[in-house]
Design a protein around this ligand. Structure first.
Ligand SMILES: Cc1cc2nc3c(=O)[nH]c(=O)nc-3n(C[C@H](O)[C@H](O)[C@H](O)COP(=O)(O)OP(=O)(O)OC[C@H]3O[C@@H](n4cnc5c(N)ncnc54)[C@H](O)[C@@H]3O)c2cc1C
Ligand code: FES
Length: 259
């Protein structure tokens, strides 16, 4: 884990409120596990806490971050220009796991959840796995990277909540009927918590292993403030929590207490 000033080499607007930031990292593609994240200090006096972002892609030492403008920090980030410096703490957390014996894999994305999954799909394709992407968004205007994922050699199923593109419904409408047909060895997912809970349910029903990338509002980003706790299933009477920043953000879906 290193904290340093990094040079921005691009901060492109891809759609209303969606941006792709690129900066020169100290880390190379091989040293980063898909699902890991970075945290950025926005050097604003009004904002003490860093903001966490998944690693969207890495090309040699250039890290990309795909982000949505939702509040103060991401508004400041969206104003950053090529050549400016940002303070980045990298690389954080535990990413997705990979298994030689896996052949057929489902990668399920809801909205901005595509952020860690693009790099995951790229890594899986480099391992010559069969990758089936379920790309869900509220509307067509919030769907990104479909063509890039297809060019990578992934099979892509698109769903939109409002029916503006392809299947009208949630990602599970695309995923569930395919579970048996595609004989998935594992499901990887990232998106809003209700979506992750639904995907975990589909995985349980079909008896498929599933890893989910969880999001909680973070303080320190490395296990000290206990601000990002997620409740873990237990038979004990006392609740057990794990830290999304240190123990995750990727967890086995069966570990999470979804209630
Ligand atoms: C491990 C991890 C990886 C993430 N990766 C990405 C990514 O790749 N791209 C991306 O756009 N976002 C990502 N996020 C969410 C991102 O960190 C928040 O959107 C960001 O911190 C908001 O900062 P802000 O100052 O703009 O918003 P604030 O002004 O702090 O808050 C604005 C709104 O966003 C909500 N919010 C703030 N933080 C989070 C959060 N962590 N999860 C859900 N809602 C939040 C607040 O409750 C509030 O409603 C990730 C979060 C985590 C924990
Ligand atoms: S953010 Fe501080 S413990 Fe996770």
């Amino acid at each position: 884990m290193k904290c340093s000033e990094r040079k921005i080499i691009g901060n492109e607007k891809l759609g209303k409120d969606y941006y792709l930031l690129k900066y020169e990292s100290q880390f190379s593609e091989k040293s980063i596990v898909p699902g890991q994240f970075i945290s950025i200090s926005l050097n604003s006096e009004a904002m003490v806490l860093r903001r966490p972002f998944s690693i969207f892609d890495v090309n040699s030492n250039v890290v990309s971050v795909f982000y949505k403008k939702v509040g103060k920090g991401t508004c400041i980030l969206a104003e950053k220009k090529k050549g400016e410096l940002i303070n980045v703490l990298e690389v954080l957390g535990k990413g997705f796991s990979f298994y030689d014996k896996d052949r057929s894999l489902a990668v399920v994305s809801g909205g901005i959840g595509v952020a860690p999954l693009y790099f995951l799909a790229k890594r899986l394709r480099s391992m010559e796995k069969d990758v089936f992407i379920y790309l869900g968004a509220r509307t067509e205007l919030e769907l990104f990277f479909e063509d890039d994922l297809k060019k990578m050699g992934c099979s892509v199923c698109v769903t939109t909540d409002d029916g503006s593109k392809n299947i009208c419904g949630t990602v599970c409408c695309g995923l569930e009927p395919d579970c048996e047909k595609n004989n998935f060895d594992r499901i990887y997912a990232c998106g809003p918590k209700p979506m992750l809970k639904a995907v975990a349910g589909v995985a349980d029903k079909a008896n498929i292993l599933c890893e989910v990338s969880m999001e909680e509002v973070m303080g320190c980003g490395f296990g000290v403030c206990l601000g990002c706790a997620v409740k873990i299933k237990t038979k004990e009477t006392n609740p057990i929590y794990k830290m999304v920043c240190k123990d995750g953000p990727v967890f086995d879906s069966q570990e999470i207490d979804w209630e």
